[in-house]
Design a protein around this ligand. Structure first.
Ligand SMILES: Nc1ncnc2c1ncn2[C@@H]1O[C@H](COP(=O)(O)OP(=O)(O)OP(=O)(O)O)[C@@H](O)[C@H]1O
Length: 373
């Protein structure tokens, strides 16, 4: 059984519709119920700020500060995590100029929010992700990269460096500056970073595929995962060779990319393909309910993988998870979530929907930015 990662305190100040709220929690799951617009998702969003990035809404940080507040926002949590108890404080200051997220661990300022991944993983499933399989490939790429990031924190840095190098190359090409030495320098960097990114993604997919293959059947379909859009025919070759192949593609594609105004090959073009294994059908051709179930299956598989790899179950944020499931599936989901061994935060409008959780959860009511037992 993995160790449990759990929050015992959650305090928000000037966060969305909360002026100030403080929750004392035990290590059971947390159910938040309340009317539409009461602040349930906002609480989950606050917890998502205990991981690097811009949270589950990918928010502009200044938008998170409560309207009418004079300062920035802050989120504070006591967490029993991978390295034991840690007090995490994060938020933005109110100087109005630079809006960067600051982070304190046990009261000490920390330079990089990436350090959060030493302490916990936070994974989420929200209604906004319902269109993942039918929408644009950039959403699936971002989803894939979040999966990778939770186990390989360096992935974010590599992706950012790759993007920066690609922008420099695009700029040179668009300005007609075909200086071979300069371009080659950038392209070598892109090839190293790009193939490392592709390798990390492939490794994550292989691990997930192996986990799905050895898992018992559940009411949630098994996702079959694959990548497409970058070096598809070369995937089996060693990484050193792939770097050479990509480098040659970049060199040979300079005039083409200059004409297109962007780089037409690279890991930034990858798409995550998902199939419903039992039906043997592409996810985007499955029904809305099947797609939701597939997404649940995917998140649960990833949560299990995170627990297996790190020895610590992730914190799960499941927004409106019960809404579209029948009673049997709901109960099965709660059992699966519970068996992961972590703490899950779940929201809904109706407390009765969570009754199958029984004593495994603590229940709170959310009302206009206030939370009560
Ligand atoms: N920066 C902000 N300042 C003040 N209020 C905000 C801010 N950002 C969002 N809100 C408000 O927070 C409220 C609660 O939003 P939230 O998404 O948490 O609701 P919810 O309880 O999850 O509702 P639903 O059941 O409809 O999903 C909304 O009415 C929204 O207008």
């Amino acid at each position: 059984m993995p160790h449990k990662t759990s929050l015992s305190t959650l305090k928000l100040t000037d966060f969305r519709n909360y002026a100030g709220v403080s929750l004392a929690l035990d290590d059971r799951h947390v159910v938040l119920t309340g009317d539409n617009g009461s602040g349930k998702t906002n609480l989950l969003e606050a917890i998502s700020f205990l991981s690097p990035g811009r949270g589950l809404r990918r928010a502009v940080l200044s938008d998170v500060t409560r309207v009418g507040a004079s300062g920035g926002f802050s989120v504070f949590a006591d967490v029993d995590g991978r390295e034991g108890e840690v007090a995490i404080g994060t938020g933005i200051d109110a100087d109005g100029e630079t809006v960067a997220r600051r982070l304190r661990l046990n009261g000490t300022p920390v330079k990089s929010v990436e350090e959060l991944t030493d302490h916990l993983s936070v994974l989420w499933l929200t209604p906004a992700m319902d269109g993942l399989f039918t929408g644009g490939s950039s959403d699936r790429r971002r989803f894939l990269d979040r999966l990778v990031l939770s186990l390989d924190p360096a992935h974010g840095r590599r992706a950012a460096d790759y993007e920066r190098a690609m922008r420099s190359r695009n700029r040179l090409l668009s300005e007609g500056r075909f200086d071979p030495a300069w371009l080659t320098g950038i392209e070598v960097q892109m090839a190293e970073l790009g193939i490392a990114m592709a390798a990390a993604r492939r490794e994550m997919l292989d691990l997930l595929t192996a986990l799905v293959a050895r898992s018992a059947a559940t009411p949630f379909p098994s996702p079959d995962l694959s990548l497409t859009g970058f070096l598809d025919d070369e995937a089996a070759r060693p990484f050193a060779e792939l770097e050479e192949v990509f480098l040659a593609e970049l060199r040979d594609g300079r005039y083409r990319d200059a004409a297109a105004g962007r780089t037409l090959t690279g890991p930034h073009r990858v798409d995550l393909m998902v199939r419903h294994r039992e039906k043997n059908m592409e996810a985007d051709r499955c029904s809305t309910g099947e797609q939701k179930a597939l997404l649940v299956g995917l998140i649960l598989a990833h949560a299990r993988l995170t627990a297996d790899m790190t020895g610590h179950a992730p914190v799960l944020l499941l927004d409106e998870i019960a809404a579209h499931l029948d009673e049997g599936r709901r109960a099965a989901l709660f059992d699966l979530v519970h068996d992961l061994g972590g703490q899950a935060f779940m929201t809904g409008t109706d407390r009765a929907m969570f009754s199958a959780l029984g004593e495994r959860a603590q229940f709170f009511t959310v009302h206009q930015g206030h939370v009560s037992k």
